[in-house]
Design a protein around this ligand. Structure first.
Ligand code: XMP
Length: 525
């Protein structure tokens, strides 16, 4: 394992990401981590960037025990300055901040020191790198030599003469540093001797073993599934580990897509063999949503009602389980939390390193005292997809676009009723079918049809009509934080529009949303 200590840079998690791409297992922990409390011995440590300056009174510093472990250390940006701080305190504010591309000249010392050239081994003498810093080294740290420079930073790369310690000012983890992954790979593999054996098959075996050990031979687990990739993959993994002692629950909240509950049931039970209970709570949800048009109120109603219903069903299932001979009580709750959510909740955010607990398990299943199991907590989204494929989950499901918890309730602007749901479902189905038929589904990150709360005039047949408007939304994005609308060709939009107006009663117009995020959001409410 390569340990990444996060000092709060927006790029920190990408370091872990790049190492995993090289099949090197890597874990990120907040910079306040005490080395003595680690549950593993790292083969090497990487210190990330940070919004702080090392000379600030409240600046975070690495546990000095890290320097006594005797393992290689690589400091990136703030991490470099932290190395310099530990070895002589030579860091000052730069005359100008440096953001963006820079040209890095590598200096080799071949023959002089054994390890010192390894970081840039196999890499050209001149490479493009990405910089983002305000501070710089004012002196070479004691016992260090320069190994790379840029026109603005004579010590853009340094290495200790006697120890396997390195520091670089640029960010190797971002794609703007084309050779960056190779630099990280050199550190992990050539300098730390980390093994490149992190594979999905290995992960599956380890995780199944781990789940069995935690749950024990009789223990039972409950979890909600949504039909999305994360909860399905988590459920399948759990099923592989403990079979029918895992109980999946799908709550039909009445605002799912066309035939969704039926399709999920078919896939999970028939295809994947998962022990699933479907709760049809349509009338309860729609009853509570009646007359409500404020988006946040809709979200709250749906969230709270979901908890109530899931809780009730969980108690029922627990009751039945307790009466089953040879099985234990339900003690665990499965959640499909991914690595980015975990990072979000553990990452170092300020001088007092707040560690949020983002799951309110007690609140979710009040009175049941369940312990949380999160088998996907080490994975990024694309790794979850690879895992899903590995577990035999159908391709269409593995590559499904995300769908929000509040469902069609936030895609029908204004008040929701059966009639509006029928229109929104039919239009969405046509749009998605056409996207799939055009071979565009995977290129688009998320697409849907929304129903606007207005009426417009049209002529249909020979009659003037006054009917509703469907807005199509399709975006491309990597992280869902920013997004661009998808540039369909005119023929495609014409076809979708014609089909929706002809086939969906109550709609006389179709518009395409050409707003990026920001300023728009992906959903329309
Ligand atoms: P926005 O609309 O904020 O969406 O640009 C970003 C991503 O989050 C999803 N989303 C939600 N997911 N509950 C959810 O589970 C919600 O209330 C919610 N609102 C937005 C949205 O579908 C997109 O993938």
């Amino acid at each position: 394992t390569i340990l990444v200590l996060d000092f709060g840079s927006q790029y920190s998690h990408l370091i872990t990401r790049r190492l995993r791409e090289l099949n090197v297992y890597s874990e990120m922990l907040p910079c306040t981590q005490k080395i003595a409390d680690l549950h593993f011995k790292p083969k090497g440590i990487i210190l990330s960037g940070s919004p702080y300056s090392v000379y600030d009174a409240d600046a975070p510093h690495v546990d000095p025990a890290a320097l006594e472990l005797g393992v290689p250390i690589l400091g990136i940006c703030y991490g470099l300055q932290e190395m310099a701080w530990q070895f002589g305190k030579g860091v000052t504010q730069g005359d100008k901040k440096e953001y963006g591309h820079a040209n890095l000249k590598i200096e080799r010392h071949t023959g002089k020191e054994d390890h010192i050239d390894r970081l840039f081994e196999g890499i050209e003498d001149d490479i493009e790198v990405w910089m983002s810093h305000g501070d710089k080294l004012s002196a070479l740290p004691e016992g260090f030599r320069p190994i790379a420079s840029t026109p603005n930073a004579p010590w853009a790369g340094v290495a200790s003469i006697t120890k396997p310690y390195f520091g670089i000012q640029f960010h190797p983890e971002v794609t703007h540093t084309p050779r960056g992954t190779q630099v990280l790979g050199n550190f992990a593999v050539k300098i730390c001797n980390a093994r490149q054996d992190w594979t999905m098959e290995k992960f599956v075996d380890q995780e199944i073993e781990r789940i069995r050990a935690i749950v024990g031979p009789k223990g039972q687990v409950i979890g909600a599934v949504s039909g999305g990739v994360d909860s399905t993959v988590a459920a399948k993994l759990m099923h592989e580990a403990i079979g029918d002692r895992f109980h999946a629950v799908l709550v039909d909240n009445g605002v799912l897509r066309l035939d969704e509950a039926k399709t999920v049931k078919k896939t999970l039970t028939e295809h994947l063999g998962i022990n699933l209970t479907v709760v049809d709570a349509t009338s309860i949800f729609l009853g509570k949503l009646k007359g409500v048009s404020d988006p946040e109120t809709k979200r709250k109603i749906i969230g709270n009602t979901f908890i109530e219903i899931f809780q009730e069903k969980a108690k029922e299932i627990a009751q039945e389980a307790a009466e089953t001979p040879r099985a234990g009580d339900i003690e665990f709750l499965l959640q499909g939390t991914l690595y980015p959510d975990v990072i979000e909740s553990i990452s170092f955010k300020g001088p007092s390193a707040t560690i949020k607990t983002h799951h309110n398990v007690g609140g979710l299943l009040e009175g049941m005292h369940l312990k949380l199991i999160e088998p996907l907590r080490e994975l990024f989204k694309d790794e979850v997809r690879a895992l899903g494929t590995n577990l035999g989950i159908p391709e269409e499901l593995v590559w499904r676009h995300p769908f929000p918890g509040p469902g069609l309730a936030i895609r029908i602007l204004g008040e929701i009723n059966e009639e509006q749901l029928k229109i929104a479902r039919a239009a969405d189905k046509i749009f998605i079918d056409e996207i799939v038929a055009a071979g565009l589904y995977r290129k688009i990150s998320q697409a849907f049809a929304a129903l606007l709360p207005v009426k417009a005039v049209g002529v249909m047949g020979d009659k003037r009509v006054h009917a509703q408007v469907i807005a199509l939304r399709a975006v491309e994005t990597t992280d869902f934080m920013t997004a661009d609308w998808f540039p369909f060709d005119g023929e495609f939009l014409k076809r979708v529009s014609r089909r929706i107006v002809n086939e969906v009663d109550g709609v006389c117009r179709v518009v395409y949303d050409v707003t990026s995020k920001p300023p728009g959001t992906i959903e329309m409410e």
